[in-house]
Structures are given as C-alpha cells and as structure tokens.
Design a protein around this ligand. Structure first.
Ligand code: ACO
Length: 311
C-alpha cells in the first residue's frame, strides 16, 4: 500500500472526516468494516426471529400492532446495513451465504429463546437498550454510509427500548404472577445483554485498531459500564432485582461494580452452540430458500419494466 495514500487516509480519519465508498482506504479497513457492518446486518435480521415468535400471541391488539411495527423496523435496519456493507464491494448474496454457512457471526443475544410475553419486555428494554448504547457512538464512525445508517436506526431503536421498558413496567406493576414472570425474564436476559458488548477490552482482538481508525468510538468495556450504570436504576424504579449479588455502587469511579461475566458461555454461543442457534439458522435458510420465488418475480418484473422503457 502506498505510504502517501495511507498517511492522507489517516490524516482524514484523525480530522473526523467521513471516508466515502469511492475514497482510497487500506484493505484491512475495508475488511474489518465489511465484517462488522455485515455482522451487524445479520444481527438485525436474525433478531426478528425471537420477537416474531410472539406476534400472534401478543396479549392485545395494541401490543400486536406495536410488536409487528417493531419487528418490521428491524428488517429495515438489516436492509440499510446490507446496503452500507455493499458499498465496500461485497455483494449481498455473498454476505447472506456467509451467514447461512456459519462463516459470518451475528450477535450472541439472538441465540436465546423467548419463553414468555415478559421476554418481549426484557428484549426491548435490555437488548435494544444495549444496542442503542453501542450504536449512538457509531453515528460518528469514520465510514460515511455506516454512520448515516446509524442515525435513523438509533431513532427507531430508542422507540423500541421505550416500548420494552413500558411492557416491563406494566408487568412489574401487575399481579404477583406477572411480576414473577417479569423478574424471571429479567434474570434470564441480564447477563446475555452484558455479553452483547463483546469480550473484555484486553481480550478483544479488533478493538485497538478499530479505535485508531475511528470505526469504534468507545470500547466494549466502556459501553458495557455505561449500560449497567443506566439500566440498574431503571430496574430499581420498577421494583426488579438485578440478578448479580456482586453489584455495588462505587462512589470513587461514579459507576457500579458488577460480577464476573461467564465468558465461557459467551464463547460457546459465539461458536454457534447457543440454546437455539441451530433453530435460528435453519429458520433463516428456510426463509431464503422458500421465498426465492418472490425475489425472482420481483427481478422478472423489474427486467420487464426496463425492457419496456428501452423499447
Ligand atoms: N456476538 C457475536 N460475536 C461477537 C460478539 C457478540 N455479542 N461480541 C464480539 N463478537 C465477536 C466479534 O465479531 C469478533 O469476531 P470476528 O473477528 O470473527 O468478527 C470477536 O468476537 C472478537 O470481538 P472484538 O474484537 O471485540 O470484535 P469487534 O471489535 O468487532 O467488537 C462489537 C464487537 C462490539 C459487537 C462490534 O462489532 C460492534 O460494535 N458491532 C456493531 C453493533 C452490532 O453488531 N450490534 C448487533 C447487536 S444489536 C442489534 O442488532 C439489535
């Protein structure tokens, strides 16, 4: 790689300029962005499954309409992100093939089952809450198309977080059985939500370089700490107990100390051994294969339109 080009690139990044698709960029920058953005896209798409599972069973028409809209938003997020990743030169088919063959990762969080309606509250509140914590700084990521996709995603995501917290609040204020259900969902989603931020900084192979290139604007541990600090008072406010006996306010650091995350569980889920990992990928593959006719029909329709225009 030409050192003068590299130097100019680094100077632009350091000046907080956006790098755009046609600009020169180091191959490793392109690679790591393609990896991160496509995995982010896959997470949005696979993330539709645990909640989609509850659309027909939402407890009222209002809840059903909200959940349906929310799951559709996630599909939209996946599509913006695939578009952003495509600008780096990898086709959507290649990215989807990488997901279906198990080569590309997606967030560990979507490999856990949604057992009761309270899980839908917990996902909106905790999972979307963690997602926003990670995505707000990505609005300033150095790659223009990714940063711009994040602006809209974050607006929608904050609505998702509120709807989840509102479900959680209602259940926590409900009958003893509803409150028990909510506490149980909270217990099951708390630790996996903390794992969403990725391995600890000293064990995160990509963080240092991604911080230098301003792809990541905050580290995994910084974001995880912020999430804990914001979420613990929210749990207390609605009368839920955080399932962590080591959780303690630390006056000196102005944040909570919290217990050790089960990293063995994290790595086994990353490797594809999550409780419902196989089910998730099978559902995605089935959707892709069984609905191939829809893509083919849309392409045939477009080709006909173009041919008519050309005639
Ligand atoms: N689930 C699955 N894989 C993970 C997770 C996770 N929660 N956290 C880290 N990993 C993977 C990384 O992808 C990386 O593997 P790879 O090199 O094969 O891609 C490996 O573990 C080591 O981690 P890091 O070096 O810390 O990787 P990175 O710098 O990419 O940081 C992070 C991981 C924080 C997830 C980053 O990629 C990111 O910010 N992504 C964008 C946000 C995102 O994808 N959110 C998805 C969930 S939110 C939602 O969809 C609603």
């Amino acid at each position: 790689e030409d050192p003068a080009l590299l130097e100019a690139f680094e100077a632009r990044v350091a000046a907080d300029e956006f790098i755009e698709p046609k600009d020169w960029m180091p191959e490793a920058y392109r690679r790591t962005l393609t990896r991160q953005i496509s995995q982010h896209a896959h997470s949005e798409i696979v993330g539709m499954l645990p909640e989609g599972n509850w659309i027909t069973r939402a407890p009222s028409l209002r809840r059903k309409a909200i959940l349906l809209a929310k799951v559709q938003d996630e599909a939209g997020h996946g599509l913006y992100l695939y578009c952003a990743a495509e600008t780096l030169g990898t086709s959507r088919e290649e990215m989807i093939e990488a997901l279906h063959s198990g080569k590309a990762k997606y967030s560990t969080i979507f490999n856990y089952p949604t057992l009761t309606w309270a899980d839908i509250g917990a996902i909106g509140w905790l999972v979307d809450g963690a997602a926003i914590m990670n995505q707000v700084p990505l609005q300033r990521t150095s790659y223009g198309p990714y940063a711009r996709a994040m602006v809209r995603v974050c607006k929608e995501e904050s609505f998702h977080q509120r709807q989840g917290y509102e479900i959680s609040m209602q259940l926590a204020r409900g009958t003893a059985e509803q409150k028990r259900m909510m506490q149980d969902a909270f217990n099951r989603w708390w630790w996996p939500s903390l794992m969403m931020f990725g391995p600890p900084d000293d064990n995160s192979p990509n963080t240092a370089q991604s911080m230098r290139w301003r792809i990541k604007r905050e580290t995994n541990d910084e974001l995880r700490q912020k999430f804990v600090d914001i979420t613990v008072p929210q749990a207390e406010f609605i009368g839920l107990t955080v399932p962590d006996p080591d959780l303690k306010w630390n006056e000196e650091k102005g944040g909570y100390d919290f217990g050790t995350i089960d990293w063995e569980e994290f790595y086994s889920v990353v490797k594809g051994e999550g409780p419902v990992a196989r089910e998730r990928i099978t559902a995605r593959r089935d959707a892709w294969e069984k609905n191939a006719w829809v893509r083919e029909a849309a392409q045939a329709h477009e080709a006909k339109k173009q041919a008519r225009k050309a005639a």
